[in-house]
Design a protein around this ligand. Structure first.
Ligand code: MG
Length: 254
């Protein structure tokens, strides 16, 4: 039995569309007795929303989603007060740690133990001010992930890393980052799914480095941002395939 850690965007789907054969490939892995975990840096949706989207493609993902919100929240302790900057997935992960998620901070309020920053679809100057002031007053500066951009049907959008960068510029501090490719996310996955596994992804700089943090083999698919002409990548992949279905076919044949 091997753990298959799978990236979502560029491996399972592109935006709203399934990558052909990916759902069936996941089903084959599970039938063959392998462990499957979906590891995504998308921290905004709740776990239930992620499981539901996977379920809409026919993938049984209940209990199999690990987000960068969880990686970031692994850096706070039960009982901490955490200023959360991001979507509902971040406050959910913080509450699941037994910490208290707060949404706002003004000088004179209780200083939170930490500020956890992710992609904030409701980013405003006031939210940025709250996060900056909390860090300046002594809250620990944490981030779900530091991806500068993410792909959409409408081109690249600014990612969590762009927002983290604004807070870093204003405070002069560097955050501790939870999600791929950083160690907190790898520790979470290894603790739950063991030391024997593969990481399938489309981005060498996140998924490939994350495979190293995990101590898993890095399997690169060409259904996302990396194309044939980008090979070989840095870090180099242990295996390259056109898509997830091909990787699974190869693995189950041997
Ligand atoms: Mg991806």
């Amino acid at each position: 039995m091997t753990t298959w850690a799978l990236d979502l965007d560029g491996v399972i789907w592109t935006g709203p569309k399934e990558i052909p054969g990916s759902a069936e490939a996941v089903g084959r892995l599970l039938e063959a007795g392998h462990e499957v975990v979906f590891v995504t840096n998308n921290a905004a949706p709740t776990i239930a929303q992620q499981e539901e989207k996977l379920g809409s493609f026919g993938i049984d993902a209940i209990g199999r989603v690990a987000t960068s919100a969880m990686g970031g929240a692994s850096l706070v302790a039960a009982g901490d007060v955490v200023l959360c900057m991001g979507g509902p997935g971040i406050s959910e992960a913080v509450e699941n740690r037994g910490a208290t998620a707060v949404k706002e901070f003004r000088r004179g309020d209780q200083i939170p133990d930490a500020v956890l920053v992710g992609l904030d679809p409701k980013l405003s100057y006031d939210r940025l001010r709250g996060a900056v002031q909390a860090v300046l007053e002594g809250a620990r500066f944490l981030a779900t992930n530091d991806d500068p951009t993410f792909p959409t049907d409408d081109g690249l959008y600014p990612g969590a890393g762009a927002i983290v960068g604004a807070i870093a510029a204003a405070t002069g501090q560097t955050p501790i980052v939870g999600g791929k490719p950083h160690q907190p996310q790898a520790d979470l996955v290894r603790l739950k799914y063991g030391a024997d596994g593969v990481m399938v992804g489309d981005r060498p700089e996140t998924d490939g480095l994350f495979a190293r943090s995990l101590g898993y083999r890095f399997l690169l698919v060409l259904t996302g941002v990396t194309k044939e002409q980008d090979l070989p990548t840095d870090p180099i992949a242990d295996e390259v395939a056109p898509d997830l279905a091909t990787l699974v076919e190869r693995a189950l044949r041997t």
